[in-house]
Unconditional design. Structure first.
Length: 139
């Protein structure tokens, strides 16, 4: 099962390249993952995306995050490269609606794909049902 429509995803990534930089915040899932690595980030901290590329079904549209804050030493340092599905896009961005649609569709397809693989992992663990000998329906 393919996760992304290749033509739509590459078209969107090209649109995003022309509209850089993009103001974003980190979504909950990425915050949790970063916390396990020891990186504590304020959920309200704004980043800018200064580079985007499509990496196929494995990663989708990837974004390089740059810190934008009051500390000049941290300014313009590339901190993370993450999938756009882990970001909250500035609602004033001209492509915000298209990005939200892409995120929603990609997350839904990934969830369905993961659910299927989970079921295939669990299937061998189920004991086969023994067939009762009898006549008719359930007798």
């Amino acid at each position: 099962m393919t996760v992304d429509n290749y033509l739509e995803a590459t078209a969107l990534s090209k649109k995003l390249e022309t509209s850089l930089p993009i103001k974003v915040k980190v979504a909950k899932e990425l915050l949790k993952m970063l916390k396990t690595r020891g990186d504590i980030i304020n959920p309200e901290k704004e980043f800018e995306v200064d580079w985007v590329a499509y990496s196929g079904d494995e990663g989708g549209i990837m974004c390089r995050l740059v810190s934008k804050n009051d500390n000049p030493e941290d300014e313009d340092k590339a901190l993370y490269i993450v999938s756009i599905t882990h970001l909250k896009i500035d609602p004033d961005h001209p492509h915000a609606e298209e990005i939200a649609t892409y995120q929603r569709d990609r997350n839904r397809k990934l969830m369905l794909q993961n659910r299927g693989s989970l079921m295939t992992e669990l299937m061998p663990l189920r004991s086969p049902k023994t067939k009762k000998s009898g006549k008719g329906f359930g007798k």
